[in-house]
Design a protein around this ligand. Structure first.
Ligand SMILES: [Cu+2]
Length: 172
């Protein structure tokens, strides 16, 4: 029984990964961020509104019903990998800096701007967002690449714009 389940899961994960890649080519990152309900904590693929499960007062979204069952077996195992981080952009930097996470984390950013409109661009993770003053943007990504990455402001925000940098460190 267990083997059958594993096989089905493997097939499902395989097809899902392809789907995610195709989807990515058609949608801009901005659009994807707006429509997405985040990343499935089990497969790390885009989650769907249709598959939600509330645990200890918090609602989590999944890519399929099987992932909900998987999550229920050991919720803490998956929740411990979700890092919620509040981040501020300002003239001319980001706080916290560096932003430090671990490989395998699902990073949920709540980004705001203290002053003017800024951009939040991380090339290696395909993230690019625009954040207006006092606006809160939620950005989620799966930290699957280790290293130190530049966070760049992608919207002209004043004379110091070109020097506006932050760092993302993804630890092994
Ligand atoms: Cu800026």
């Amino acid at each position: 029984m267990r083997l059958v389940f594993t096989l089905i899961l493997a097939i499902f994960l395989g097809s899902n990964a392809v789907y995610a890649n195709e989807e990515h080519q058609h949608m801009s990152d901005e659009k994807q961020a707006q429509e997405s309900v985040g990343i499935c904590p089990v497969t790390h693929e885009p989650a769907s509104k249709e598959y939600s499960y509330t645990y200890k007062g918090k609602t989590y979204y999944f890519c399929c019903s099987m992932c909900i069952e998987e999550f229920k077996k050991d919720p803490q195992k998956y929740i411990s990998k979700i890092k919620e981080i509040y981040l501020e952009a300002f003239q001319y930097g980001f706080s916290p800096d560096p932003l430090v996470v671990k490989k395998g984390d699902i990073v949920k950013l709540d980004i705001t701007s203290r002053d003017v409109t800024h951009g939040f661009y991380i090339k290696e993770y395909g993230i690019n967002a625009t954040i207006k003053k006092d606006e809160h943007k939620k950005i989620e990504f799966f930290a699957n690449k280790t290293g130190t990455f530049d966070i760049v402001c992608s919207v002209y925000c004043g004379p110091g714009h070109s020097g506006m940098r932050g760092r993302l460190i993804v630890e092994e």
